[in-house]
Unconditional design. Structure first.
Lengths: 235, 274
């Protein structure tokens, strides 16, 4: 056995407990804002990807390929450090005076995850018989309205399980935000470790929080699925 | 019940960490090192001049490494250097992957509960690196963002001396310095010797300076496993002898003296801690 003395009081009370709690809050904020935005952006990109308007389709294709095929960490650095080279000085000054670290992390996570969500939704749409779209169009609905009223409501219902996957990925990927100084849960756990060397305790606490957060997301979506979206679905 | 949970969690963690964690570290490192004929040291490999990879020889050199070499020579064993980070050095020592930490580790009471420190072998203080002319007193940093690297004690000291400042910890110092160049932080803070190393490497060093604002004392110690008394005594004896013979001073001059880019004055001597 290790010659390691466990001391759980480090993470259950006092200063270090407060650090972990503040880390939880930030992780929760990133996750909630990120999930909502990623879902909306993912829907838009999915619709663009399937539209008959070529520039929109091409844009969506480029978006999907670019953001699905590059590492998230690189994207976070791109939005945080890389944006400096592109933006005018006045904008940079303003951004630097705000909590740009948080914003850059949310932007990166949203865009990265939305690319995966868009593809999941597209696969849901493809599973709807194409006669429905044809029927909607011949009944006088425009492409967007057919999507809005007929196709997407059904597609999203089918897509719920893979969407939960993407939401969970986003919540856990939020730990990468610590690389640009966002004080989220993993960052705080590491801070506690470097101050106290109680790494086992700090990361066990963080692991428990991630488990609770992930299970809550899964439970909430399944509850919504069961009560509202698919009351008749078996399991 | 609490004990049971602790044991259960410990077992889970050990299982996750795999067999490496199961190999218990030796109780008497001094005897063990002599037996296997090699001293395994955890050192920094990207932090000139404490520990970094020499471009010509491709091996790790620096102030910390010279101390390890001297200790190994005294022991009559070979040296094996293992790169560690500020966050990984402690677990590596406790799991027995390394015998000693020589990685710019500041001695503080909380750490001393987990490791035994040698006498102070390097002494520095925490300062700031800023854009030239922007910071004269600590008040100039009030309410600003200040960058540093993860796993260090720099953050705590800033919060004490400038409570209104926000500290951003980046993965490593190059990123913190990039954030300073882009104006994302008003200053980068850590030990002066490390700042001097960053400034010496910076491409546009004329735009930056290290104002004379010291917010803490940073005594560095070599870290060894808790209760490893024979080894700690041996290391302490060795570095005190190095001070006496002038070897310790020579090592300082070699890495920080007037012939280097750092121009630091040696404002300390290796003495026995109380």
């Amino acid at each position: 056995m290790l010659t390691y003395q466990f001391d759980w009081s480090v993470v259950t009370s006092g200063k270090y407990f407060e650090w972990l709690v503040s880390g939880c809050k930030v992780t929760l904020q990133i996750s909630v804002v990120g999930i909502v935005l990623a879902f909306i952006v993912g829907l838009l990109i999915a619709v663009m990807r399937m539209s008959n308007f070529r520039p929109a389709r091409w844009f969506a294709l480029a978006y999907l390929e670019f953001f699905r095929n590059t590492p998230l960490l690189v994207q976070i650095f791109f939005w945080y450090f890389g944006s400096y080279k592109i933006l005018p000085t006045a904008v940079n000054d303003w951004l630097n005076s705000t909590n740009f670290e948080f914003a850059a992390a949310v932007i990166a996570l949203t865009i990265y995850t939305s690319a995966f969500i868009a593809e999941d939704i597209r696969s849901g749409v493809l599973s709807i018989p194409k006669e429905q779209m044809e029927a909607a169009r011949s009944a006088g609905f425009s492409f967007l309205r057919s999507m809005q009223y007929i196709i997407l409501p059904q597609a999203v219902r089918i897509t719920v399980p893979p969407l939960v996957n993407q939401f969970l990925n986003l919540a856990k990927n939020s730990s990468l935000a610590m690389t640009i100084g966002v004080m989220e849960l993993t960052y705080q756990a590491r801070q506690v470790e470097s101050y106290t060397f109680k790494g086992f305790e700090a990361f066990t606490a963080a692991t428990v929080v991630y488990l609770v957060l992930s299970s809550s997301i899964t439970a909430l979506v399944h509850l919504y699925d069961k009560r509202v979206l698919n009351p008749n679905r078996a399991v | 019940m609490r004990k049971l949970i602790t044991v259960a969690l410990a077992l889970v963690l050990v299982g996750v960490l795999g067999t490496a964690a199961l190999a218990a570290p030796p109780a008497d490192t001094l005897a063990e090192v002599k037996k296997k004929g090699v001293l395994v040291a955890g050192v920094k490999d990207s932090l000139p001049p404490f520990g970094y990879i020499d471009e010509k020889t491709r091996s790790i050199v620096g102030y910390d490494i010279d101390f390890i070499n001297a200790i190994a020579k005294k022991l009559g064993v070979k040296v094996e250097l293992k790169p560690v980070t500020s966050a990984s050095r402690m677990p590596q020592l406790q799991e027995g992957n390394i015998d000693i930490i020589a990685a710019t580790m500041t001695k503080n009471p909380e750490r001393a509960k987990q490791v035994d420190f040698s006498h102070t072998y390097f002494f520095t203080g925490q300062k700031f690196i800023t854009k030239k002319g922007t910071v004269r007193t600590l008040k100039d940093l009030a309410g600003k963002k200040i960058g540093t690297a993860k796993g260090s004690t720099s953050e705590q000291n800033v919060k004490k001396s400038i409570p209104t400042a926000t500290v951003l910890s980046f993965d490593d110092y190059p990123q913190a310095f990039l954030a300073l160049q882009q104006g994302k932080v008003a200053a980068v803070t850590t030990d002066e010797a490390i700042l001097a190393g960053i400034l010496a490497k910076a491409p546009n060093k004329a735009q930056f300076e290290i104002p004379n604002l010291q917010i803490s004392d940073e005594p560095y110690g070599l870290g060894m496993r808790k209760g490893d008394k024979n080894f700690v005594d041996f290391v302490n004896k060795t570095i005190l002898q190095m001070e006496k013979s002038g070897e310790a001073k020579k090592i300082f001059e070699k890495w920080f003296g007037p012939n280097t880019q750092f121009h630091l004055k040696r404002n300390f001597k290796i003495t026995a801690d109380k």
